[in-house]
Write a protein that binds this ligand. Structure first.
Ligand code: BGC
Length: 734
């Protein structure tokens, strides 16, 4: 299986271009079984005798290609005949094309598109044959004239397909591994909701939902007619098409028609993050909207839960969280799907992983990405800021807490969600290396001083964050955040090791020392030394303070003094509401959730958002936009509030002694403004649901369903508590 096959490349290069690698072969004997193994540096689609074989889009998927590349296996027994023609079309994709925030950075993993394949045939007489990639493969150009993840794709059906000669054998040192992730497919389809003629006179189609994917068009026109589509997430304050926030990503798809009756176009090796398209070139007088559809493309993660409540704006927020995930779970967890980035930022993934695992079954999805994280970990244990690391040799000062802690937090959350300790086994060494890295490199024992430290990314608690459009990191001291995460990661390491039956006494002692040093350094009179919401939320949520009620009361006071508004960034936001509601300040948590002014979750909802924004003020109060330098309208990080809605409002938590919802705590935090809350989840144990509602007298009715083989601790707001087995339960609290 690919053992004797050779990597091959085209005999020449075409910038951004695609190649078709072809091989014809005949058999005289009857074929019993035929299997094709194939992969590429680049993206490929394979065809046998005219039939497309791909089971997934964007194969071979995005991995740290220099360490490992997934290959795909296709059973082609049915398609094989006497005379056969195998075609593999390949584009630059992640490996060869423009990738990463560094502009013009091509060839992150390879200077050339390369493919490798092996067709294994067993004949009915028992004999076998293997057709391996090598110089017998011929190469031609393709109708896909150019394709780039960031810039889009050009397909010219009138282009002459030119023979380029025989493929050239080449080398690539890596591991070939079977598919590990989820397949990527087309999902929801959106039809145009409106054709807009903008003040500039642009013809713009609105699909009503910001998403990641592409527009499929079905047209009939003259040979040589051109259609060019630009993509945008938002219209500018004047109502014109706005693409500045895509930065250098062109996100343009162009098609030249063959002139047939009906032609269907969509990109094969590129996707866009968009809600609107602009018809830049369009050969027809009338715009027939029925020719256009927007197709959402993401990994085949299975939706496992659903939520609704009596407040329509919160319901829209929830939908935005779901779409934030759909738009960014395309083979790897990306930060955003539209600009010249779309990278696996470790911090973003760590922040959102719990919510992600509540919304969808993401075990397999994270298993793959975490393997790459471990592969990309440096010798000294440090974790890059994004994974796959695109071979950007990170300088050591680029290592950051909250980003690198994805190494411990992601596997732990996946374990807690699905109860399968395999992920802990697989990642244990990586987790340990990360904790050891901090221990070895810190400038202050038992704390983390040093490193790059992104801090509380995009927090709003500095003067600078109010006046400038620079991405800033808030006021919470970086050492505070880094040391708190050092404690968290060590705690997770200890708990994981114990689950795996390892002696963790050395790390237990380390954890105790970190907590002690943290309190001595960063706490004064029982409160965090820095009075930021993030510092308070972290001290509470990470169990780094003693009198939690007192600290939470002060945090609540701070929030109220700020007009019930948050000031937290990427790091503090996921913990803020938990820190309040878990320590007697649920009302303040709800006040933040229901806040509609800037900054808040409902602020973007009120401005028509259909996904989560990167900035609390992606659209400012005066209608202008955050600077184009970094302004995504599809960034899931702040969607991490989803785990508060599930874990506190519905009150569902999988307990560590029964991970995967074997042992559940149900402790709903009610609030009249919600009207009702209904959360249902298909856990690995069975159906779980928490439903509560207020009646006209103000009584709260609870209805819970616990999976048959699970146990649950039910804690009601009036203090009653019950330990129950699987089944249905209802209660009323007066
Ligand atoms: C990304 C973020 C990321 C950050 C860290 C941004 O460009 O979009 O989400 O975590 O950089 O530097």
């Amino acid at each position: 299986m690919l053992k004797d096959a050779k990597w091959i490349k085209a005999p020449c290069d075409i910038d951004d271009g695609c190649f078709i690698f072809s091989r014809d072969f005949t058999f005289d004997k009857k074929v019993e079984k035929a299997t094709l193994y194939v992969t590429a540096l680049g993206l490929y689609r394979a065809y046998l005798n005219g039939k497309e074989l791909n089971l997934s889009l964007f194969t071979p998927g995005f991995t740290s290609y220099d360490k490992r590349i997934q290959y795909q296996e296709y059973d082609v027994t049915e398609s094989i005949g006497k005379n056969n023609s195998l075609l593999i079309e390949a584009a630059e994709g992640w490996a060869v094309g423009n990738m990463t925030i560094l502009p013009g950075k091509k060839h992150r993993y390879s200077d050339h598109i390369k493919v490798i394949y092996s067709l294994e045939i067993t004949f009915s007489d028992g004999s076998r044959e293997c057709i391996n990639s090598g110089c017998e493969t011929t190469v031609t150009t393709s109708n896909v004239i150019s394709s780039s993840i960031y810039d889009g794709e050009t397909v010219d059906m009138t282009a002459e397909i030119k023979p380029l000669g025989n493929a050239v054998p080449t080398e690539y040192e890596t591991k070939l591994v079977p598919d590990e992730g989820e397949r990527v497919s087309e999902h929801e389809v959106f039809y145009p909701s409106e054709l807009i003629i903008t003040p500039k006179g642009e013809r713009v189609i609105d699909f009503g939902q910001n998403l990641a994917g592409y527009v499929e068009i079905s047209v009939s026109g003259k040979r040589g007619d051109r259609i060019t589509l630009s993509h945008a997430e938002i219209l500018d304050p004047e109502g014109n098409f706005y693409t500045d926030n895509l930065r250098s990503a062109k996100a343009v798809n162009a098609y030249v028609l063959a002139g047939k009756d009906k032609e269907v176009f969509k990109p094969k090796y590129s996707w866009q993050g968009f809600r609107y398209i602009r018809l830049d070139e369009y050969p027809f007088e009338e715009v027939d909207l029925s020719c256009f559809k927007a197709v959402a493309v993401y990994s085949d993660i299975r939706r496992i839960s659903d939520f609704s409540c009596g407040n329509e704006k919160i319901n829209q927020l929830y939908r935005n969280i779901i779409w934030g995930q759909k738009g960014n779970f395309l083979d790897i967890p990306t930060d955003c799907p539209q600009r010249d980035e779309r990278m696996g930022w470790t911090g973003d993934a760590q922040i959102f992983v719990r919510t992600a695992a509540i919304n969808f079954d993401v075990e397999r999805f994270f298993k793959k990405w975490l393997s790459d994280l471990a592969e990309n970990q440096y010798e000294d244990g440090s974790v890059p800021l994004f994974v796959p690391d695109c071979r950007l040799a990170f300088p050591k000062e680029k290592v950051s807490s909250a980003w690198g802690d994805a190494a411990t937090i992601c596997p732990w959350e996946i374990f807690m969600a699905y109860g399968n300790k395999e992920i802990l086994e697989r990642q244990f060494d990586s987790m340990k290396k990360w904790v050891d890295y901090i221990t070895k490199t810190t400038e202050k024992e038992f704390l983390w001083f040093g490193g790059k430290q992104m801090g509380d990314w995009l927090a709003l608690d500095t003067e600078e964050s109010k006046i400038s459009n620079n991405p800033v990191s808030g006021r919470t001291p970086r050492e505070f955040i880094a040391s708190a995460f050092y404690a968290k990661s060590t705690e997770i390491l200890v708990n994981s090791g114990k689950i795996l039956g390892k002696d963790m006494s050395e790390y237990e002692a380390l954890y105790k020392n970190i907590v002690k040093a943290f309190k001595e350094t960063f706490m004064k009179d029982g409160f965090p030394v820095e009075d930021t919401q993030t510092a308070y939320a972290m001290a509470l949520y990470f169990n780094l303070c003693d009198d939690k009620k007192k600290v939470a009361a002060e945090l609540s006071r701070m929030v109220r003094a700020n007009g019930n508004r948050l000031t937290t960034g990427f790091v503090g936001t996921p913990y803020l509401l938990h820190a309040l509601s878990e320590n007697g300040e649920a009302e303040t948590a709800y006040d933040l959730l229901f806040q509609e002014g800037f900054p808040s979750w409902l602020y973007s909802v009120n401005r028509g958002a259909t996904t989560m924004w990167e900035h609390w003020d992606g659209v400012k109060e005066d209608g202008t936009f955050w600077d184009k330098v970094m302004n995504s309208y599809n960034h899931y990080a702040y969607g991490a509030v989803g785990d508060w809605i599930f874990g506190a409002a519905a009150g569902i938590r999988s307990l560590p002694d029964g991970a995967g919802y074997k042992h559940i705590e149900i402790k709903p935090c009610t609030d009249k403004r919600m009207g009702y809350v209904k959360y249902t989840m298909e856990t690995r144990m069975g159906k779980l649901s928490s439903h509560w509602y207020y009646d006209l007298e103000g009584n709260v009715h609870f209805e819970f369903e616990i999976p048959e083989k699970s146990t649950a601790d039910i804690i009601l707001p009036d203090g009653r508590n019950y330990s129950v087995n699987g089944g249905k339960y209802s209660f009323i609290c007066k």
